[in-house]
Design a protein. Structure first.
Length: 243
């Protein structure tokens, strides 16, 4: 899948398999930022796959894109169930193709009283899936993982640990409190290093860490990091934090 033609001057295409976790620790929706990043990737002639993990079960990407239903069996819900039962097909059999990206999304018609997570029988499914997806989707330039849980949710936690880059997105100024607390916990307690704070609203009174305000800045930061010493966190000792 090839996109667009314009390239960022002076920077070569990144290595493939760059996993980026998009997370709003305050619980808001990061999919508007996802859309803007996909548009930029499109212009760079690079490939992208979007994985939406259902820790809470809200089909936000489908809502954002106006998708009312996904094809049967081509959802992250079905992939989770098949992985849990040892019946997994090739990961690409679950992908659905959209304009500008491939996706493993939450089924927008999933039942609100019967979420996918309660159908799983093995706890290791939740902790193993992020690493599995990182390996088996490594043919794409970018693997955008859209998170909606907290650090106590295994899929969200292990996705943050597996990701090459973590973006803590903020929609409202008040969300800075939660985002900065998450930033410090990830860096100090779990040794996650490549973290960017992102908000389109500028707060001139916050000086503890840099906050990026344009999606182009995120892409540039990832390219510069990957051009130097690309971070690989997949070999870290894994443990779900206790509450």
């Amino acid at each position: 899948m090839l996109f667009g033609k314009k390239k960022e001057k002076g920077l070569a295409n990144p290595a493939k398999g760059v996993m980026v976790a998009l997370w709003n620790p305050a619980g808001s929706d990061p999919t508007l930022l996802l859309q803007r990043l996909l548009n930029l990737v499109n212009k760079q002639e690079e490939t992208a796959v979007v994985v939406e993990l259902p820790c809470i079960g809200l089909p936000r990407v489908a809502y954002r894109l106006g998708i009312s239903e996904l094809k049967h069996g081509q959802t992250v819900d079905q992939l989770l169930i098949d992985y849990d039962r040892g019946m997994l097909a090739g990961v690409h059999d679950y992908l659905q193709h959209f304009e500008g990206f491939d996706g493993l999304l939450i089924q927008p018609k999933s039942k609100v009283d019967s979420p996918t997570l309660i159908k799983l029988q093995q706890d290791k499914t939740l902790s193993e899936l992020p690493a599995y997806l990182k390996v088996h989707l490594s043919g794409y330039h970018y693997i955008f993982v859209v998170l909606q849980g907290q650090l106590i949710h295994p899929m969200s936690f292990f996705s943050l640990r597996e990701a090459n880059h973590v973006v803590l997105n903020m929609d409202e100024p008040v969300e800075l409190i939660r985002a900065y607390a998450a930033f410090k916990a990830l860096r100090q307690d779990y040794a996650v290093q490549s973290i960017q704070l992102f908000s389109e609203s500028k707060n001139s009174n916050f000086n503890e860490e840099t906050i990026l305000h344009r999606p182009e800045q995120l892409l540039l930061a990832w390219r510069e990091a990957d051009h130097g010493n690309r971070s690989n966190q997949s070999g870290r000792v894994r443990a779900v934090p206790t509450t």
